[in-house]
Design a protein around this ligand. Structure first.
Ligand SMILES: C[S@@+](CC[C@H](N)C(=O)[O-])C[C@H]1O[C@@H](n2cnc3c(N)ncnc32)[C@H](O)[C@@H]1O
Length: 332
């Protein structure tokens, strides 16, 4: 299936929340997005604006860039004065009032993630994914007697897996995991995260690899997974320098992922952070492909598909938008 970018029925709702008017045969299920995701232990989005966000993370006040906040104005300029850590975008470096503690961790709800400032102004975790971690754990296909041997564990594949928060969400719920990311330091950080969760001996394979190439090889090996998570960047480069463009390259990768899904029971979680591709494009793709290829009925899709925007809510109740998510769980 090709790239489906045009959505004539798509209209803007509040906070750039999008939904598709039911011009086509299928109705899409919206989910309630009002619950703030920043109920996480040790994380709060305080304010945002002027292309930056102000957060409290592990007890530290942090001022760092946020492209999502570019068109916004700060609600509480007085709160931004005396921060513990500031990322200077021009100089591409952090300025800390005091040393960042080595052992900082964020409670992610059932697992923890180490928090360390990176040279890109990141912290090693994207808190806007909190709702997805919760879903991964709560709808886990693990049954209590499936824990006995790694071979019997439901299998999860995490593509573009970064430092492994979604891998930890799956592993901590008892799934075996294949963690794939093109950047070696991110894969190394995921191993550290496993250690922080007492999961060093849990069956997690850590692979430094190109997501699309790995998926193609797994299709050839006739492997299947019960959960596939993919969080591709809007654009980037594979380890060998091949350019990645979400609007062009997501669809062939999704074709491979559909091939890799277990026929009896599977979950699919797709997130994206580019204005070129929205949740309705992915929902359209799934409606076009899954009935024929996996025997999922349009009714099941309508009932089981959830999609919305990834957001964080600040102290004033304003939502900062980080892209879309689409989730599907099929159990037959
Ligand atoms: C948006 S981040 C993923 C964040 C992650 N889902 C999380 O919430 O923790 C994108 C990741 O994709 C990785 N990446 C970029 N291009 C890739 C490729 N072609 N193959 C595999 N990983 C890639 C980057 O190294 C980065 O870690």
């Amino acid at each position: 299936m090709g790239n489906i970018n045009s959505n004539p029925g798509e209209v803007a709702c509040h906070f750039s929340l999008l939904y598709t008017v039911d011009a086509k045969a299928h109705a899409y299920k919206m989910i309630d997005n009002s619950r703030p995701f920043n109920e996480l232990g040790r994380y709060e989005l305080i304010d945002f604006g002027n292309a930056r966000k102000l957060e409290r993370v592990c007890g530290r006040l942090i001022d760092r860039p946020s492209p999502a906040a570019e068109a916004q104005r700060r609600k509480h300029p007085n709160l931004w004065g005396d921060v513990d850590s500031f990322f200077d975008k021009q100089a591409k470096q952090w300025r800390h009032q005091s040393k960042w503690p080595e052992d900082s961790q964020m409670d992610c709800g059932g697992f923890v993630m180490p928090i360390q400032p990176t040279p890109f102004g990141h912290l090693g975790v994207f808190p806007e994914q909190a709702g997805n971690w919760k879903w991964l754990r709560q709808s886990s296909p693990v049954t209590s007697d499936a824990m006995s041997s790694p071979d019997e564990m439901p299998r999860g594949l995490n593509l573009f897996a970064y430092t492994g928060a979604s891998s930890m969400a799956m592993a901590s719920s008892g799934m075996s995991v294949v963690h794939v990311d093109a950047a070696k330091p991110n894969v190394a950080a995921a191993r550290v995260a496993a250690g922080a969760n007492g999961l060093s001996d849990h069956p997690v394979r850590y692979l430094v690899d190109d997501a699309a190439k790995f998926a193609t090889r797994e299709v050839r090996r006739e492997r299947t997974y019960h959960t596939i998570v993919l969080d591709p960047p809007a654009y980037g480069h594979s380890p060998r320098g091949k350019a990645w463009r979400l609007e062009r390259d997501l669809w062939p990768l999704l074709d491979q992922c559909v091939e890799l899904l277990d026929r009896d029971s599977f979950r699919l979680l797709i997130t994206g952070h580019s204005p070129q591709v929205g949740a309705p494009d992915v929902v359209d793709y799934l409606h076009a492909e899954l009935p024929e290829r996996l025997g999922v009925s349009p009714r099941q899709l309508t009932d089981q598909l959830e999609y919305d925007r990834l957001t964080l809510t600040d102290r004033s109740g304003r939502q900062l938008d980080f892209g879309f998510f689409v989730r599907l769980a099929i159990n037959r």
